[in-house]
Unconditional design. Sequence first.
Length: 272
Amino acid sequence: MLAGLVTAPAIVARIDAKRTVSFGLAASIAAFSAANWLSWPLWIVPGILTGLGIGIRWIANESWSYCLVPKELIGRVIGMHETLIATAGVIAPALAAWCGPYGPVTVVAGLSFTSAAAVPLWLTTSGHLISPVTHEVTARRSVRTTLVSALVCLGMIVVAVGGIIDGALYGLFPLYAGARGMSGTQATVLLSCLGLGGVALQFPVGWMAHRTGLEFAVIVCATTNTLALVTFALATPMMWLFPTSSLVVGGMNSAFLTLGMYAAVCSEKTAS
């Protein structure tokens, strides 16, 4: 994913946003197709391809689409967009819990959804998918120094914190579930709760950032996330606080990325 994030602007400048997003989709399709035929340690290869595809699509798609949104609607649109993204965190573990966590259903579903995303993309015309990233790369070649606004700096800090939390939450989740003695089905249900929190809370977070300002929204989300994580760590799977805190943790975990995106887009709107 890091490689995709870093190289996406240059790729967009060379082949336009539409082909760049298509390249990211192709990388993920190849990863899903290979996953069922490989075993450890060869699973590393589709893992790398999956992250590469996500990173490339993230930059190429969002930088284009958000610049088309009027400033007065940006908070709500970002919240809705991140809500749609968060649905993957509900659908995938729900399928795994329903059909069994060790079957190929989730991989086939991922392959189907990713392939379906290419259909509306290729029904559009290339002229409408020229991303502002292209102009950004051109501007960098002609401008030697660029001042980074305080809003962008805050957004970068928020995204960095969100990325660390996201990696820790999902990267260490198998160890957490194993230490609590959860079965595979219980773990996937809990993952669904985390994803459902991400779906439910992104629109309110985007609305709050637009209404109250980014700084206040960051403080509220950080405080809420800290309290929810403490509760999540202390509660047992049989307590009602356990699913409740997991919903809040999932929502606030995604909120940091939503707020970071809000900062970047608002800075772009102000500059233009």
